[in-house]
Design a protein around this ligand. Structure first.
Ligand SMILES: Nc1ncnc2c1ncn2[C@@H]1O[C@H](COP(=O)(O)OP(=O)(O)OP(=O)(O)O)[C@@H](O)[C@H]1O
Length: 762
């Protein structure tokens, strides 16, 4: 079980020119807020009505920027969500007090973006840094308007979903909304697109208190699921972050709009008062029944307030005297929230069934791929069933014959046969097989991706030709499994020659072992196959069409492009280790000195007792006379104390140095990982022509433009226009996703024209 925590509650005061400084006062701890009201003169001099209140919350946000608000309120909750804790952040307060500003912010200005876009950014930045897990992110956007559930992303719903009636459903895993569309998002821009799309669909009414008053409760949810890259680790960590912008909590008589708005206000007030009842019940440990089902909002919040979830409330208040009653009511609400306790736990499931399913799916895809290859190369009769004893014996006999030189080639027609050939040949004549292979084939290390890619490029045109003959030969360790292709001459025309290959390979082809030192027999053997090109066979790794594993690529990256940062990282780490070692040596020394001091103190005490028993000597001036032993002990104690002081000071210095070194190491590690991610996607996931564009003088800056964008670019003009926009955007590359998403939503809204008006109720 997790540790028991309290729900955290903050108050955010909207800046105003008419701030009521005599009415609202903040404590020096930045956590307390006091409200002082003059006595109502009409009620006479003797009346007992309360005139001042004091509230203590987790923080008061007055004149605080969006950034500071996010750091204070949300950052920790979001980072804990990334490790599997559910989280809820809720903004409560009267109309116009800044709930939407706090939660969503101003969509046209990056600087004023609110909690939701910042949370999205934090999530995707953390994902970019994670190397050991696959993280998937999904989002949904729900609106509760007049007790009706609306999907703000309904235009993106599949036809199946849109037919389904929405309802809040309890299930053992928690509460969920049946029929609500949940969308996978691959990056920050994707998620922001959906946020802005949903924003433009919110029910908004013109209202005396706020011209763009949101009349509904809106819940943007981010679902995070992390699966570990290692197949043996079947843990799946999942969490959700509910970001809730409640409708305004003003009193009916202040709304001052038409009957429709009054009806809305009645609904809003009712659901907020049910919410208050639920909070009072949750805060009372003796209460057995919690009235969740009284409204859609409370039902939805059943597993999002307290319980196993991290919960944060922001009470938005106005600073003017006119709104003091609403301010008081919001502060009371926030104080009640603080009484609720929670015991957050990590949501983890062990998905061995999922892993098996994923593996089965992968096997079936591989089988299909293999079948397709077989058809392409006229090997349609190949079987992948386990071999019979007779077939195994036949393979063994073929290998013996090949090694004796009785046959030129081993016919390896299926993968399983090849595995057997490999196992058997490895046991039998590993060295000999290697020499023979080296004399006939060009060998490429499986980790040399550049060479493999070049070889692949040369061969790519030959794949589909029926004259291409496959042979798979397994070599030494399973790590060096190669797929050999031999290309037979078609008439007099070679499909390509070894020269073509060498021309296409990168200069660092040192791993290619040239064909040489053939004995006579071998020469004859190669002459036998003169109908093959001069470099008789090409080969490449069995799975070279898929990118290398991240682990292998990371090793390569550290050797090559990332070598400098890796070197600095290692150096810093070794300095850190040396400092730590030194610090523990000093700590040990301090302990020894402490012990010695204790021992000497005891010895001195014993000496003193002995002296007292024997009677003390004093000189003529009345000074006490001690013997030499006691004198030496006193001197030793003095030295030890001095040594203790020096060692202690050294330890303090070392501690500060360690802290600094640790920061440097962490920074280097993050840099190494983020550079690796860019390098990996540029080297293996991005097509070559895009890679060229990303090179130093290419027209795209790395990390700036998502691939899908690059792919759909057609004209140079478009390129230049986008580049220019990126340079001009404030806050550099960080804001690109935000502005792109905003532009996209604006374009959609413009093209949908009058439909936008449908959402504005006047
Ligand atoms: N802290 C703040 N700093 C600057 N402007 C703010 C702040 N808080 C709110 N505002 C501005 O005040 C106006 C009203 O804020 P907002 O729409 O967020 O209120 P609300 O509480 O969501 O109201 P409603 O319940 O009616 O939707 C907006 O123009 C917003 O930009």
């Amino acid at each position: 079980m997790g540790t028991v925590r309290k729900v955290r509650a903050f108050v955010r005061v909207k800046p105003t020119a008419q701030f009521a400084q005599d009415v609202i006062k903040f404590g020096p701890d930045n956590k307390s807020i006091g409200i002082y009201i003059q006595k109502d003169a009409k009620k006479g001099t003797v009346n007992n009505s309360q005139t001042d209140w004091s509230f203590k919350l987790d923080g008061v946000l007055h004149n605080s920027s969006q950034e500071l608000t996010y750091e204070t309120v949300a950052k920790k909750l979001v980072s804990e969500a990334l490790t599997g804790y559910n989280g809820t952040i809720m903004c409560y307060g009267q109309t116009g007090a800044g709930k939407t500003y706090t939660m969503t912010g101003i969509a046209s200005e990056y600087k004023h973006r609110g909690i939701i876009p910042r949370a999205v950014q934090q999530v995707f930045r953390a994902i970019a840094r994670s190397v050991d897990s696959f993280v998937t992110v999904r989002v949904s956007y729900l609106e509760i308007y007049n007790e009706t559930l609306c999907d703000l992303l309904s235009t993106m719903r599949s036809s199946e979903d849109s037919d389904m009636e929405m309802a809040i459903v309890d299930c053992p895993q928690g509460v969920y909304v049946k029929g609500l569309s949940i969308h996978s998002v691959s990056d920050e821009e994707d998620a922001l697109n959906l946020l802005f799309e949903g924003e433009s669909n919110r029910v908004i009414a013109e209202h005396t208190l706020n011209k763009k008053s949101s009349r509904s409760h809106c819940i943007f949810t981010i679902y995070i699921e992390s699966r570990f890259r290692v197949l043996s680790d079947d843990r799946c960590i999942h969490s959700k972050i509910n970001l809730i912008d409640l409708a305004g909590s003003e009193r009916l008589n202040k709304t001052g709009s038409g009957w429709r708005v009054l009806k809305e206000a009645a609904y809003i007030n009712r659901s907020l008062s049910f919410l208050e009842q639920m909070i009072i019940a949750l805060a009372d440990p003796r209460r057995e029944h919690i009235p969740f089902r009284q409204s859609k909002l409370t039902h939805f919040l059943k597993d999002s307030l307290g319980g196993k979830c991290n919960t944060v409330l922001v009470a938005n208040v106005c600073g003017e005297a006119l709104h003091v009653e609403e301010t008081l009511s919001s502060l009371r609400f926030a104080t009640r929230m603080k009484w609720i306790t929670s015991e957050p736990v990590i949501n983890v499931t062990y998905d061995s069934e999922g892993t098996v399913k994923a593996l089965e799916k992968e096997i079936s895809l591989l089988k299909q791929e293999l079948a397709l290859h077989d058809i392409l190369v006229n090997h349609s009769l190949v079987t992948y069933e386990p071999l019979t004893d007779v077939q195994i014996a036949e393979i063994k006999s073929q290998i013996h014959k090949y090694l004796r030189g009785a046959i030129d080639e081993i016919d390896v027609s299926s993968f399983l046969r090849a595995v057997d050939v490999f196992c058997f040949s490895q046991r039998q004549q590993e060295g000999e097989v290697e020499t023979r292979l080296r004399s006939k084939y060009v060998l490429i290390d499986r980790n040399d991706f550049a060479t493999i890619a070049a070889a692949q490029k040369v061969m790519v045109g030959a794949w589909a030709l029926p004259t291409t003959q496959f042979r798979i030969i397994f070599f030494k360790e399973i790590k060096l499994v190669y797929l050999f292709l031999s290309f037979r001459k078609e008439g007099t025309k070679h499909l390509f020659s070894g020269k073509d290959l060498t021309a296409n390979l990168p200069p660092k082809n040192k791993v290619i072992i040239p064909t040489k030192d053939l004995d006579v027999k071998e020469k004859e053997r190669s002459e036998d196959i003169t109908d093959l090109p001069s470099t008789p066979c090409l080969l490449f790794e069995f799975c070279c069409s898929s990118p290398p594993s991240r682990e292998a690529a990371f090793e390569q990256f550290k050797e090559e492009c990332g070598s400098e940062i890796n070197r600095i990282f290692k150096e810093n780490k070794s300095i850190l280790l040396a400092r730590r070692k030194r610090s523990s040596t000093v700590a040990r020394r301090i302990n020894i000195i402490k012990q010695e001091i204790e021992d000497i103190k005891k010895a001195l005490e014993a000496q003193k007792q002995e002296r007292l028993q024997q009677g003390e000597y004093v000189d003529e001036e009345g000074h006490l006379i001690i013997d030499e032993k006691e004198f030496l002990l006193i001197m030793k104690l003095k030295d030890l104390k001095e040594e203790y002081r020096c060692s202690y000071a050294e330890r303090q210095d070392l501690k500060a140095e360690i802290q600094y070194c640790q920061q440097m190491v962490d920074r280097c590690r993050n840099k190494l990982v983020s550079e690796f991610e860019i390098w990996y996607s540029e080297s293996f996931l991005i097509p070559t022509y895009v890679q060229n564009a990303l090179k130093q003088h290419g027209n795209i800056r790395p990390g700036m433009i998502p691939i899908n964008r690059v792919m759909c670019l057609e004209e140079d003009e478009q390129d230049r226009f986008e580049q220019m926009q990126e340079v001009m955007l404030p806050y550099g590359p960080d804001s690109v996703a935000f502005y792109r998403a905003k532009m996209k939503t604006d374009q959609q809204v413009m093209s949908s024209g009058p439909n936008v008006e449908d959402f504005v109720l006047v």
